[in-house]
Design a protein around this ligand. Structure first.
Ligand SMILES: [Zn+2]
Length: 350
């Protein structure tokens, strides 16, 4: 029955060709950079991008003027729902009030957003139950100042990535090497609660930078002009993977460490790329401060923050409670919701 065979073969060939067309279509890129313009109303034009299938998270980094505050004014994924949902309030004034007066820097609307000077970062999802549907998505930048911004969107694959590389950079010629066995063991134990494998990928020492002693810090977060935001510039834009941990001789009184973002931009060229730690305490206390600041940089808020007005701002998670020894207070415990948020970070590798 040669005719029948050839018909089947033809049908199979058609099926292969049809399927092949679908497979050969270029998948959307997992990193896009787009330009936008913030208008006098505090909102930018709409930016459109495509979320690929099987995306772990959407990280949005907005880079603009160093003296302007930035956040998102709208974020609509393929389901058509705007996650921000701003009301009618004047946007720039509301941003300034939360950042300058309340010293919290929390954006109005339905998304928990840390307003930032100069460079803003958001990682979505930041709590369980937030979905990342594939397909066309749209956003608008919000700011207190009109002008151009550059928006980078990172959409890493959902590949169960769980390896976090850290580069320890000692900004001192007197501090001892922090990379000891008790330090690494404690760091591994803390992040192990979230299923994250921490690796100290490198240790280096930089002397003569005049940044050994950081004498200023600003609330609620560091500014692009701060001393601490000069440290990432010592490393520059090389291609290495992982997050930079700067260990300095001193920080302003009462501060053991600080993160340049909550979350921070997972982009090496940024002046906010890294965390700062005051060197000197024993290995285990040092590991705990590093873990706390790195957790900020990847995703996590404090369990509670208190504004100048006395108002309490809880984190967006359901399973964290004050006074339970959490890493994002003064303890070392990480909860399941915190593990979810940490493992969305674009800095993790399989
Ligand atoms: Zn903190």
């Amino acid at each position: 029955m040669p005719e029948r065979h050839s018909l089947l073969a033809l049908a199979a060939l058609v099926a292969v060709v049809v399927a092949g067309c679908g497979d050969n279509a270029e998948p959307p890129p997992r990193e896009v950079t787009l330009d936008a313009m913030v208008g006098a109303n505090g909102l930018s034009n709409e930016i459109v991008f495509t979320v690929p299938e099987d995306t772990r998270s959407v990280t949005i980094v907005v880079e603009g003027a160093a003296t302007a505050l930035y956040a998102l004014g709208a974020l609509t994924l393929f389901d058509g729902i705007d996650r921000v949902g701003l009301g009618a309030e004047p946007i720039g004034a509301a941003m300034r009030a939360s950042y300058d007066d309340e010293e919290i820097g929390q954006m109005p609307g339905g998304l928990l957003q840390s307003i930032r000077l100069g460079t803003y970062t958001h990682v979505y999802p930041y709590r369980p139950g937030q979905e990342v549907p594939a397909g066309q998505a749209r956003l608008r930048v919000a700011s207190d100042a009109a002008g151009p911004v550059r928006v980078t969107v990172l959409m890493p694959e959902e590949d169960a990535a769980n390896v976090l590389s850290l580069h320890l950079i000692v900004i001192s010629d007197t501090l001892t090497d922090p990379n000891t066995a008790p330090f690494v063991t404690e760091l591994e134990r803390i992040f192990g609660q979230a299923g994250i494998v921490v690796r100290v990928a490198s240790v280096e020492r930089i002397t003569g930078s005049a940044l050994e002693r950081i004498t200023q810090s600003t609330e609620p977060q560091e500014s692009p002009a701060s001393q601490s935001a000069m440290l990432p510039g010592l490393i520059g834009d090389d291609a290495r993977d992982g997050l930079d941990v700067f260990i300095v001789e001193s920080l302003p009184s009462g501060i053991g460490g600080l993160s340049l973002g909550t979350p921070g931009p997972p982009i090496r060229r940024s002046y906010y790329f890294g965390v700062l730690i005051r060197g000197g305490p024993g290995a285990v206390p040092l590991a705990r401060v590093v873990a706390h600041e790195v957790a900020h940089f990847l995703a996590l808020q404090h369990v509670q923050n208190i504004g100048i007005s006395g108002a309490i701002y809880p984190d967006p998670l359901d399973d964290t409670q004050p006074g339970q020894g959490n890493l994002m207070e003064t303890g070392t415990i990480l909860t399941a919701d915190q593990a979810f948020a940490l493992t969305r970070s674009a800095l993790l590798r399989p």
